[in-house]
Design a protein around this ligand. Structure first.
Ligand code: BGC
Ligand code: NOJ
Length: 814
């Protein structure tokens, strides 16, 4: 299955196998799914944190360093003077064999040099706050050998932002303890913290270091740490400066012998009254209890097995076998995996997001749930509650909240007028998936009225009326600071380079309006009306309907440019995204949202808009955000014009919005176009572009440079992007057409013939459906016939009340 010079997919093991340490960019994986998280590259670079990558950073990582990807949990072998890492870096010694297997929640590194093989398997167990490294050293030679094995990592002094800035204080605060084979990091524990971390190993030490200057050396780096090169740690004790944790094990191996060591890096919280076991000596009991859970190779292996079983279970809820293994690979493994990661991280910590800038985004996290609700609906429910709790009673919302405190982030504030609508999407999708209609009555007070017992339904209503109450001169939604496109800053007018486009909004009587929010309002407004009806609140539904109808009319009257939908009206009420503009004549967002909302299906506008997307925005590497790119900075439009042409929001392929066109094309019944757009950006289909793309070939990236860029088709910002949830949603619910609804599962595929006949297993609530879709030789849109357990079904919805067991469904396409 080798598909590129850098690696290949191993689907049977649900792994991507990287075959060189020198990938075009570091290719990373995520560890952890319950509070304790790690980012780990294909050379074991990266860092770990507890819940909040800004406020509880455990290990240190230096972004944008030289060389790239500096800092990680590194293991070193010193084999009689030959020094190397099983992960192939940071020591650049050429290995006889290297591979990194990124799997579901773990990464495995196999390095071999001169008959010594090291296998390092790193994972975060399902329920514990620690990172386990199972390290097996094997002597494959015919003679016995003694080698030295070193571990190393560098502690972060907890607050990642302060750690990288406040050196005058931080060089004096570092504190550690060493007991047995465990190194404890306790900086600031003496004062306001009740947490510490540790790094231990289940074997006696030949030595250790806790002070970086002793372990690495003042003028060395991690590619040649002084202690490793010399073959001996110095038993240093850090006081201030930079505390590290490094173990030295002297390993004697007979010919053919293997020895396995288990290293555990953990995080512990202690109740304030039990912080100390003696004056100045930290209470190590909770740490020792955690170490004891992983103090043998068998225990570590069992925990790894529990983790992989867990993932097998999660991924079995939706599986597909089509005529194209690339589709199966994407949907069965990597897209779902990325959905979990985006759900957990929002946009906080990746190799492109420093983890200090952003917490959980209201807009982003709501959208992330649509790729994840089928996996763990209860987690989505909890997330929606946290998000709703940061909403105001007028429907507006904090744009972000910090995961540690769950409080809205005051530095960023609100006023992004698309935000409220995403809550409707998330709630509707969750209720359809889970059948948990009662959730709509669940009480979550608004942030500004904590004493009022508002329900989730009240939140949706507030979201709906936030748009209704904020219309502009054309009766279209006011954009506020920005809508989904954070860079279309129509009320910012910034000429001051140190001012943030993201936090500046000038003027109280803004007139700038968004056609994208207009489409969103029609789409999710209709959803709100359906929910009101579901609850029997017909008067609410009746009151809402005219607002939606009026919006459709406003879009048709003021939002249609002739061949496509306008994008916005600016602060002077001039159109943006019009053929009359010199640049930025056509934008993708309003084409996607207005058509997904069903606007213009009756009069040909939707079809014309999608044809215009194909004509003006589509290119080999995906669909560009707008065309032509802006060539100059324009304070009236803001950050979008700050980017050089072809990058990011200025005419890059901003992958997140491509699936909107896929959904719309599927609704339109154009199966070939829907699939074509889907495959242009889906990693499994574009492995051959890896060299150009540069980012990981198993996950979506936020952005691929567009036609105007110096290098076209180059991806950036991998992993944390709404593309993951949206493309999964588009492929499963609109191409394959397996679409949860309040009362059952709708089957409405739009499948190109190239995908052949398809078999799907879909767990839906407590039912399991085995669905066979056969090509019908026609358009591929919709069903010609459907049977359940051999009995013909009327229509295209499987009624959950009647069919809630295990069922065979056979579908013939039109
Ligand atoms: C980026 C956007 C992002 C925004 C908010 C901008 O610089 O271009 O993609 O949404 O920052 O963080
Ligand atoms: C990335 C941000 O995370 C998201 O919130 C925004 O919608 C897009 N960029 C587009 O600007």
């Amino acid at each position: 299955m080798t598909a590129s010079t850098y690696g290949y997919f191993d689907d049977a093991n649900k792994e991507y196998v990287v075959t060189t340490p020198f990938t075009p960019l570091p290719w990373i994986n995520y560890l952890g799914n319950d509070g304790f998280f790690g980012l780990i590259s294909n050379t074991s670079g990266g860092y770990s944190f507890y819940r909040d990558a800004k406020f509880r950073r455990i290990t240190r990582y230096r972004y944008n360093n030289v060389p790239m990807d500096s800092g990680g949990r590194y293991f070193y072998i010193n084999d009689n003077g030959t020094v190397w890492n099983p992960g192939g870096r940071p020591v650049r010694t050429e290995l006889d064999h290297y591979e990194c297997r990124h799997g579901m929640g773990y990464s495995k590194f196999i390095g071999r040099k001169n008959d010594i093989e090291v296998e390092q398997t790193t994972f975060i167990p399902l329920k514990d706050w620690c990172e386990v490294h199972r390290v097996t050293v094997t002597n494959q030679g015919a003679a016995s050998k003694s080698v030295k094995l070193f571990s190393s990592l560098e502690w972060c002094l907890w607050n990642a932002e302060d750690d990288g800035a406040n050196f005058q204080r931080n060089f004096s605060t570092g504190e550690v303890e060493v007991e047995g084979s465990a190194i404890y990091h306790k900086t600031e524990y003496r004062e306001r913290r009740n947490h510490y971390s540790f790094f231990s190993v289940n074997a006696p030490l030949a030595g250790y270091d806790t002070d970086r200057q002793h372990f690495v050396g003042v003028y060395n780096d991690y590619s040649c740490p002084q202690a490793v090169m010399a073959g001996a740690c110095t038993n240093s004790e850090a006081h201030g400066w930079s505390p590290v944790a490094a173990h030295q094990l002297d390993v004697e191996l007979a010919a053919g012998e293997s020895k396995t060591f288990v290293f555990v890096m953990g995080y512990v919280e202690v109740e304030p009254e039990n912080k100390w076991q003696a004056p100045g000596v930290i209470n190590k009991e909770p740490a020792q209890a955690l170490m004891a859970k992983y103090d043998t190779a068998e225990k570590a292996s069992a925990a790894l097995k529990t983790l992989t079983d867990y993932w097998d279970g999660l991924l079995s809820r939706f599986t597909v076998k089509s005529g194209d293994e690339r589709l199966d690979r994407a949907l069965n493994i990597w897209n779902q995996y990325q959905n979990m990661v985006t759900f957990n991280m929002s946009r906080s910590a990746s190799y492109f997001e420093s983890g200090i800038g952003r917490g959980m985004g209201f807009r982003d996290s709501n959208q992330d749930t649509i790729g994840f609700a089928h996996m763990i609906p209860s987690a989505v429910r909890d997330r929606i509650i946290d998000l709703a709790a940061t909403q105001q009673s007028d429907g507006s919302a904090y744009h972000q909240y910090q995961p540690l405190t769950k409080k809205g982030n005051a530095d960023i504030g609100g006023n992004f007028n698309d935000d409220p609508m995403w809550l409707v999407l998330a709630v509707a999708n969750y209720v359809k998936e889970s059948g948990d209609v009662d959730f709509l009555s669940y009480v979550v007070p608004f942030e500004d009225t904590p004493e009022v017992p508002s329900t989730i339904y009240d939140h949706l209503k507030a979201s709906f009326y936030h748009v209704v109450n904020n219309l502009g001169p054309h009766q279209l939604p006011l954009i506020g600071r920005a809508d989904w496109n954070d860079c279309l800053n129509l009320n910012c007018f910034s000429t001051e380079p140190n001012e943030s486009y993201q936090t500046t909004q000038r003027g109280d009587s803004d007139v700038a309006e968004s056609l994208m929010i207009a489409g969103q309002f029609v789409l999710y407004g209709n959803e709100f009306i359906a929910i009101a009806k579901l609850l029997g609140l017909d008067s609410d539904a009746d009151a809402a309907q005219p607002h939606v109808d009026a919006m459709v009319a406003a879009v048709k009257e003021h939002g249609w440019d002739g061949e496509w939908f306008l994008r916005a009206y600016d602060s002077q009420s001039n159109p943006i995204g019009s053929s009359n503009n010199a640049e930025g004549k056509i934008f993708i967002e309003s084409q996607g949202f207005c058509t997904m909302a069903g606007i213009g299906f009756d009069d040909g506008k939707a079809k014309q808009a999608l044809d215009s997307v194909e004509k003006h925005l589509a290119c080999e590497y995906g669909v560009m955000l707008q065309q032509p790119a802006y060539s100059e900075y324009n304070p009236l439009y803001g950050e979008i014009t700050s980017y050089p042409p072809g990058y990011k929001e200025n005419a890059g392929i901003f992958c997140h919005n491509n699936p909107w066109i896929v959904v719309a094309e599927a609704m339109m019944g154009r199966a070939d176009k829907a699939l074509s757009y889907y495959t242009r950006i889906t990693p499994a289909f574009i492995e051959h572009l890896t060299e150009r793309h540069k980012t990981e070939p198993y996950v979506y990236s936020q952005m691929i440079s567009g036609r105007d860029a110096y290098i076209q088709g180059e991806a950036k910002n991998s992993w944390l992007t709404g593309t993951a949830a949206w493309n999964y949603y588009a492929a499963t619910q609109y191409i394959l057409g397996i679409r949860p609804d309040y009362n059952g599962l709708q089957i409405d595929p739009c499948v190109d013939a190239s995908l052949g006949d398809i078999k799907i297993t879909r767990q839906f609530r407590d039912a399991v459906y085995h669905i066979e879709i056969k090509q019908g030789g026609g358009t591929g849109k919709g069903i010609a016939s459907m049977t359940i357990d051999g009995v013909a079904v009327d229509g295209d919805v499987i009624d959950y009340q009647t069919f809630n067991g295990v069922h065979d469904i056979k579908v013939v396409l039109n």
